[in-house]
Design a protein around this ligand. Structure first.
Ligand SMILES: Nc1ncnc2c1ncn2[C@@H]1O[C@H](COP(=O)(O)OP(=O)(O)OP(=O)(O)O)[C@@H](O)[C@H]1O
Length: 727
């Protein structure tokens, strides 16, 4: 519930560069207010809207949602205001003299007749000019902020909008509130729509309908597909926005003419609709891959047969493994896929040996930090994340990441080897292909049976299914019976695996509480022994979701203690010593590495760290790769607990021991694929606790949500075209 507080600002205790402010207020009683209040000044008479909160360390504070402030009337407050530090050269002594001279007319004199100020002893013409300019600037900014907040933006959103859109922000937002979606992080279509309706933008506004369409297309992308059928889209948007279908059709055509969306006819009687960026990524990936397949093969390698045979060390490579090695070195592009223990690492090493022996350089890369680290350990050679290989950078104006490595400035390597390709979305793949140097080999390695990428597209599946790119599937396994790999294969083929206490244990439980207790106790016991243990669960919410399990484990392994600071943000609490995860890519977040004394920017979805300290509302996190970052309160939405996380988030990582709850009934999202991905995260042991019926349901549920993507179709089309099979 919104509360109101009125008072005079006594002092600004803290103000960050982006406007986050802690201030002391003289209200009925002295109060601390916190929130985004850029340019708040001592002396201002202010009405704050928000709510009182109890902070573990700082006691009661008023968290500000929005505020209205006015210039002070009281003479003492005017002195406080003018001497507040924003006018260079004007301290308390001169401010007092000015106010003594001009009294309540002080602001009017500063605005209209500021040279009068030089009458005061100690005030030069230059100082009088700067007082005038500083007050003009103050009024201008204040006007923009209060106008934006008057339209229903919170103080934080108003600050961000003013920073992105400049002095004209209020006018631009009034004309088209939907521009906020693009420029202010955290404002989605629904928020912009609420603001629009509040300021009287009509339901049929073309801005509204166009953004309503783009919003649905963004949601389609977030679910993994890159297009939607027009026949589905139009009625859906019309219903959502409460407008007529012809209006939506008109807006769609306008978007197509502006090249924001692409319309294509993929079915005889049906058009499909893409966001232009998604269409570009899919079709350009296809074009680049076909170009790689069709360009002349790399120079043939002398004595390749002998070289391949030589790679056998303690054992000989099987025929399919030999084919995989050949495919990798003889083609410009190839895919090697196989489940756990089929020899992907063995092949990778053989390929590195052969190419290295020929004096060719190889870049090893993977989609996540953990996957790159694992690749590096297995291959014994340096590997980097794809973002790092492509030298990501951050464009402040666009909130966007861009890559310094691209078609003009490609990666310097004779071969790029990518692991965990199943995790690769079509946008990142497109960027990788752009940065692939002329003449280099691209070797894509992964397990096609894992979950599809979190981001949009079906890169690995589409490439394999198209049959256009050389692909070798490794089928023979080299692990002992009873191993986790065997259990994983059983699951893939729909069989309940053999259960044993050593590597794959199942504990039947009759209640949610029992599962939680058991998993928390196991986690604590393993963690105490220093074992690399991770709890993963199919979902976030519910009693056995990752959020609940995280708190339950935290209370056991990192309980509260006097002197151990903690902070609560929404439904999450962070305590010093907690294991945490960055849950979105933030290319701009600054870090420092105290060991190598380097500074940089960029923290990524899935990066794991520990809360090293909490002071004055700032959380200090030390990540596994020694990057140290500070999170202000507003940025805590980027962090989550990491004692437990979802199976999706665990892709690309491995742990000695995996713990998994299994108690959700027979839900359609509980698929075989999901279980397989979870189980294959474990190196030594999997412990599943819960209901055997759910476990069996998951193994039996071979459903895989099909994504609407066109990489496969485009690959096949371009292949036929370039083979001269089409007119
Ligand atoms: N042809 C072979 N003959 C005998 N043993 C083999 C053969 N190929 C691989 N191995 C062994 O099988 C085990 C698994 O191989 P490898 O680690 O290369 O598979 P992987 O597909 O990378 O597995 P994962 O995906 O689980 O990491 C290793 O111990 C490896 O030495």
């Amino acid at each position: 519930m919104n509360e109101e507080l009125e008072g005079t600002v006594v002092s600004i205790i803290y103000e960050s560069a982006d406007g986050y402010t802690v201030a002391e207020i003289e209200a009925e009683e002295p109060t601390i207010v916190v929130g985004n209040m850029p340019g708040l000044k001592p002396g201002e008479r202010t009405r704050f809207f928000g709510m009182f909160k109890n902070h573990a360390k700082y006691g009661t504070q008023f968290a500000v949602q929005s505020y209205e402030s006015a210039l002070p009337h009281d003479l003492n407050d005017i002195v406080l205001f003018l001497a507040g530090g924003f006018i260079k050269g004007l301290g308390e002594v001169l401010a007092t003299r000015i106010v003594e001279e001009f009294g309540e007319d002080t602001f009017e004199v500063i605005e209209k007749d500021h040279r009068e100020l030089t009458r005061i002893r100690g005030v030069s013409r230059r100082l009088a000019d700067s007082v005038h300019e500083a007050m003009k600037e103050y009024a201008r900014k204040k006007y923009v902020y209060s106008d934006l907040m008057g339209m229903g933006l919170t103080a934080r959103q108003a600050t961000a909008a003013a920073a992105a859109l400049g002095d004209d922000a209020a006018r631009l937002v009034r004309e088209n509130p939907y521009i906020l979606i693009e420029h202010v992080r955290g404002i989605d279509f629904l928020t912009a729509d609420r603001i629009a309706l509040h300021i009287g933008v009509g339901e049929n506004s073309p801005f509204r309908i166009k953004n309503g369409i783009l919003n649905v297309l963004q949601k389609v992308l977030a679910q993994g597909s890159t297009y939607v059928r027009r026949k589905q889209l139009i009625p859906h948007v019309a219903k959502n926005l409460n407008v007529a279908e012809p209006e939506v059709n008109r807006a769609l055509l306008a978007l197509a003419l502006a090249k924001d969306v692409v319309l294509k006819k993929y079915y005889p009687d049906q058009q499909v609709v893409f966001l232009a960026s998604a269409y570009r990524a899919e079709t350009r990936c296809a074009a680049r891959l076909v170009a790689l397949v069709k360009t002349s093969a790399p120079d043939s390698i002398k004595n390749l047969d002998r070289l391949v045979k030589k790679q056998s060390g303690a054992f000989s490579l099987t025929d399919e493994q030999e084919s995989a090695v050949r495919a990798a070195v003889e083609n410009r592009v190839c895919v090697i896929t196989g489940g756990p223990g089929t020899g992907k690492t063995t092949i990778l090493k053989a390929v590195l040996n052969i190419l290295g022996g020929l004096g060719l350089t190889c870049s090893l890369t993977a989609p996540t930090g953990r996957a790159a680290k694992r690749m590096q350990e297995m291959a014994g050679t340096q590997a980097a994340t794809i973002h790092r290989l492509l030298e990501y950078s951050y464009d402040e104006d666009e909130y966007n990441c861009y890559f310094r490595r691209n078609e003009e400035n490609p990666v310097e390597a004779n071969a790029v080897i990518v692991d965990e390709v199943s995790m690769l979305d079509v946008f990142l793949f497109h960027n990788l292909l752009k940065a692939l140097p002329e003449g280099a080999r691209l070797i894509l390695v992964g397990d096609a049976d894992q979950l599809p990428s979190v981001g949009p597209g079906n890169v690995m599946g589409d490439i394999i299914d198209s049959g256009v790119v050389p692909c070798v599937k490794l089928t023979r396994r080299f692990r002992n019976a009873g191993s986790i790999a065997d259990a994983a294969y059983d699951i893939l083929s729909g069989k309940v695996p053999e259960l044993c206490d050593d590597s794959f244990e199942f504990r039947e439980c009759s209640s949610v509480d029992e599962v939680r207790e058991l998993l928390c106790a196991e986690y604590e016991a393993y963690a105490k022994k220093g074992v690399d243990v991770q709890l993963i669960a199919p979902i976030k919410r519910t009693d056995l979701g990752t959020i609940a399990l995280n708190s339950a484990i935290r209370e056991r392994v990192n309980p509260p203690k006097t002197g151990k600071a903690e902070i609560t943000f929404g439904d999450r609490t962070f305590r010093e010593g907690d294991r945490v995860m960055q849950i979105k890519n933030n290319y701009a977040r600054e870090w420092r590495d105290d060991t190598s004394l380097t500074l940089g920017e960029g923290v990524f979805n899935g990066d794991i760290g520990t809360v090293a300290g909490i002071t004055a509302g700032t959380v200090d996190v030390l990540f596994e790769d020694m990057k140290r970052c500070e999170y202000e309160t507003m940025a805590l939405s980027e962090l989550d607990g990491a004692y437990a996380y979802t199976i999706h988030k665990s892709q690309g990582s491995e742990f000695d021991v995996i713990l998994m709850p299994m108690m959700y009934g027979a839900q359609p999202f509980l698929t075989r694929n999901l279980l397989y991905t979870g189980v294959t995260r474990a190196k030594r042991k999997v412990l599943v606790a819960g209901s055997m019926r759910t476990f069996e349901h998951m193994i039996g549920n071979a459903w895989q949500g099909r994504r609407a993507t066109v990489l496969k179709r485009e690959l096949m089309y371009l292949d036929r075209l370039t083979n001269g099979q089409m007119e």
